[in-house]
Write a protein that binds this ligand. Structure first.
Ligand code: GDP
Length: 440
């Protein structure tokens, strides 16, 4: 995400490395570099200029503290300004009404239907809601099926009327059903077209007038850059939506849309969507996004993703096994599966400060664990729970079963053994530490 922008900004700040203090001259050239980087990331020139003027003003007005270098100071000021440009603080969904009606609008292919599924899952699992998904796309029968498939995956009901060609009626009927069945949120996935056209706009506007939604979320593909910003403007002029959803941030996005939509339409970005996994919807936090853009990582989101996947009971069980030196292959495989559920591996690693840049050219796919999983799966249950059983001939058999070389199995076994040794020595240390503690 935003790799080239991050790199360019970093090299802009490098100019200040080694400089003892902030001066007109060194600030001017850094600011110019930042502006160029923003424009190349598809940020409109006027916005880039306004932003960098502010950065320069702040930098020159700042008393340089001895504890912080001019480079660090510029990074901090830039981070604050980028966060401000993206809205400053996060904007929550309005969920008080019962049922809350959320209308989803956007161009075809922007990721509306996928997002509708993610949102339903988010509201169900994180907000304790009982959502109803509504297929109101009357032009593409496939859209109804797509929503049904998503609904099934996340265990959320889907309302559709395949024969009805009136989107307003479908939406109204769906809300009636939601009231009767006790659904607390109704998510209406409307039809999109490939480009903005009057019929589509009129239809969404009619649905809006009829059902008076509590939220209208405009979904836009962030990879389309300035086009995304222009489309947002057209939709907002007509629909006066309440929030923006940026999709496909996992792709080769330059960053322009994320940075400037808020400024252009004066509506908050509420969610960002990365990838097609249904449980990886992130609330949009301007500050965290600014940190990521500046290559500062995003530990908070990483921890939240982890907390969402690991439950306390599992964590306790695992801790006990580690403490008793009983960590085995089954535990290891379970851990791998949990990590995979947290999202795309490369995305996750990029949330660790400084790591994004280092791994940007590496091919880290979700298949990275497949070899290891295959090896573990070829073990017998007894071998999995007692790693010490595995001798040379068993290793050969395991390699064959997993379709791997014996070297792969040996290497994995060695790493696993090292890990177990490390856990053991940590346990010893922990024990000593506790004994060494003063008794009362
Ligand atoms: P709709 O026509 O607006 O309903 O769009 P869809 O939800 O059908 O999405 C269009 C395509 O984009 C599909 O192939 C989705 O799998 C894909 N897609 C949706 N959201 C994302 C995302 O966040 N990242 C990526 N990489 N692909 C996405």
């Amino acid at each position: 995400m935003f790799e080239s922008l991050s790199e360019r900004l970093e090299s802009a700040f490098k100019q200040l490395k080694g400089e003892g203090r902030i001066s007109e001259i060194n600030v001017a050239s850094t600011v110019k570099e930042i502006r160029r980087a923003l424009v190349d990331a598809d940020v409109n020139y006027k916005i880039a200029k306004d932003l960098t003027d502010k950065i320069r003003e702040k930098a020159l007005g700042e008393k340089v503290l001895t504890a912080i270098s001019p480079g660090q100071l510029m990074v901090k000021i830039t981070k604050d300004e980028l966060a401000e440009l993206m809205g400053g603080t996060e904007a929550e969904l309005e969920l008080k009404a019962n049922p809350t009606v959320i209308l989803i609008a956007g161009l075809q292919g922007s990721g509306k239907t996928t997002f509708s599924g993610k949102l339903a899952n988010f509201l169900k699992t994180k907000k304790n809601k009982k959502p109803l998904l509504v297929a109101a796309d009357i032009y593409r029968p496939a859209a109804i099926d797509q929503l049904k498939v998503l609904g099934e995956q996340i265990g959320v009901e889907v309302y559709s009327e395949p024969e009805n060609k009136n989107a307003v009626q479908i939406a109204e009927n769906a809300i009636k059903q939601a009231k009767a069945n006790g659904n607390t949120v109704v998510i209406i996935d409307t039809a999109g077209r490939l480009a903005v056209d009057e019929v589509m706009m009129a239809e969404v506007a009619n649905v809006k007038a009829a059902v008076k939604p509590n939220e209208i979320l405009f979904v836009v593909d962030s990879m389309t850059g300035q086009d995304a910003v222009n489309t947002a403007k057209t939709f907002n002029d007509r629909l006066d939506f309440s929030g923006v959803v940026l999709t496909k941030l996992d792709g080769d996005t330059r960053g322009g849309a994320a940075l400037t939509i808020r400024y252009t339409v004066d509506k908050p970005i509420k969610f960002v969507s990365m990838g097609e996994k249904l449980d990886t919807l992130d609330v949009f936090y301007p500050e965290r996004m600014a940190q990521r853009i500046l290559g500062m990582g995003d530990i908070t989101t990483l921890v939240e993703r982890a907390q969402a996947q690991f439950n306390e009971e599992q964590a306790k069980k695992l801790e006990k096994k580690i403490r008793q030196n009983q960590f085995d292959f089954d535990d290891f495989r379970e851990q791998l599966q949990q990590i995979k559920k947290m999202g795309n591996l490369k995305d996750l690693m990029a949330m660790i400060p400084g790591v994004g840049k280092a791994i940007k050219d590496l091919d880290i796919s979700d298949d990275a664990f497949k070899g290891i999983e295959a090896i573990i799966s070829s073990m017998t249950p007894a071998e999995r729970s007692n790693p010490d059983l595995i001798d040379g001939s068993r290793r050969k058999r395991i390699a064959k079963g997993a379709g791997k070389d014996i070297q792969d199995v040996n290497q994995f076994m060695k790493q696993f053994e090292q890990m177990r040794q490390m856990m053991k020595s940590m346990n010893k240390l922990g024990g000593k530490g506790m004994r060494g503690m003063p008794m009362r």
